[in-house]
Write a protein that binds this ligand. Sequence first.
Ligand SMILES: Cc1cc2nc3c(=O)[nH]c(=O)nc-3n(C[C@H](O)[C@H](O)[C@H](O)COP(=O)(O)O)c2cc1C
Length: 170
Amino acid sequence: MTTSYCDDLDALAADVLSRLETAVDGREGPWRTPMLATAGPEGPSARVVVIRSIDPRTRRLEIFTDARSAKVREIEADPRVALAFWDPTAQQQLRMSAVARSVGDREQIDSRWHAIGAIGQALYDGDPARFVVIEAVWTEWDWLWIGGKPHRRARFSWLRGVPEGRWIDP
Ligand SMILES: Cc1cc2nc3c(=O)[nH]c(=O)nc-3n(C[C@H](O)[C@H](O)[C@H](O)COP(=O)(O)O)c2cc1C
């Protein structure tokens, strides 16, 4: 991270987005496997997931999972989720608030099912009925860089549709 865009919130948001797209589309990098937290009946529950696709225009992320997994029921009961990403090389943490749901559109699910191929399908014992596509639309980002002193922290909100950024201290 260069100090030049350290003061420019728009450039920072663009950089964060580009890091996410590179990790997801390039299928590597720590930002492809964040922790997904849901509100479970016994309290919060967090687990590692793979982000399968990202659409910056709609702010939509996709995660694939098994229909029998607890997260599916938890998201159905409470769609508010959080995602936490950590990149040890870039020394950057990204926390996201998002609203999630299981995709209901059969055509959309079938296209993902075919795209994962035989190896991916084997994770579901080849049973498409067990394959669930979760979509999460982010509403807020909390970004933290601990690579220098002082640390930098910024929050971006899309609650009014357009991104609004501000620096946070600490
Ligand atoms: C590196 C890694 C990637 C994972 N990716 C996924 C994933 O994309 N989808 C998924 O449902 N579980 C994934 N898991 C397993 C979850 O962390 C979790 O154990 C499982 O989904 C059950 O969670 P739940 O019972 O809370 O729903 C992954 C685990 C690891 C370690």
